[in-house]
Design a protein around this ligand. Structure first.
Ligand SMILES: [Mn+2]
Length: 213
């Protein structure tokens, strides 16, 4: 059940927040889950807390990754609030490990961005990069130190642990991991250098119809 705080039009959404989604998913039974779309919240909502709670209740089904400055403006994930994305992945890693979940397969990972001003394929490359960076940074968090700080109500120490991981530049590590997995060190550079867009346009034609509003 995907929820959404509001539509950019004059009508009310049926499932307006995570609580309604959780209620429906609970009533529908064990095969129903809540889907979190990062762009479907009011500004400053604590999404990482929602993620943590849904994981604890075993009702988190998956993600729609994007970012927003106002609301559902479908910007590239991590483009506006990379620290929030990191905090969300921090809760995901902690919560999935606590439940013995498989990081790759036990949640549905989707990119849900709809661009008007960007090549959507370039956005996908940037989205995957942003997700990999946040995930790698979340894996770097010193869990033991963080838990000790939490148990001792030591907020300053907890912040040190989290920001130590967030401020670690993992871009080279992520690029090397991608290379070893058969990918490119610099996907956007390869995409542009190989003129992938031009080749696809030659194949498919120039006339396209945009989806969405
Ligand atoms: Mn969505």
């Amino acid at each position: 059940m995907e929820y959404k705080a509001f539509e950019p039009n004059f009508y009310s959404t049926t499932v307006g927040d995570w609580g309604q989604s959780f209620l429906y998913a609970s009533k529908l039974g064990p095969k129903a889950y809540t889907l979190v779309d990062l762009g479907h919240h009011h500004p400053n909502v604590n999404i990482e807390q929602i993620v943590s709670l849904l994981l604890m209740e075993e009702k988190l089904g998956g993600f729609h990754f994007n970012d927003s400055k106002y609301g559902d403006d479908d910007l590239t994930v991590g483009a506006i609030k990379p620290y929030q994305l990191f905090l969300i992945f921090n809760e995901l890693v902690e919560g999935m490990d606590a439940r013995g979940m498989n990081h790759a397969t036990d949640l549905g990972w989707m990119i849900d961005a709809s661009h008007n001003v960007k090549d959507p394929l370039e956005d996908l490359l940037q989205s995957v990069e942003a997700i990999m960076i946040s995930y790698a940074q979340a894996l770097l968090v010193d869990r033991k130190k963080l838990q000790d700080a939490q148990e001792n109500n030591d907020v300053a120490a907890a912040q040190e642990v989290l920001q130590q991981a967030f401020r670690t530049d993992v871009r080279a590590l992520v690029a090397e991991a991608r290379l070893r997995a058969g990918g490119a060190l610099n996907p956007l550079g390869v995409f542009r250098g190989e003129k992938v867009r031009e080749h696809l346009i030659k194949e498919r034609g120039l006339k396209t119809v945009a989806t969405g509003l």
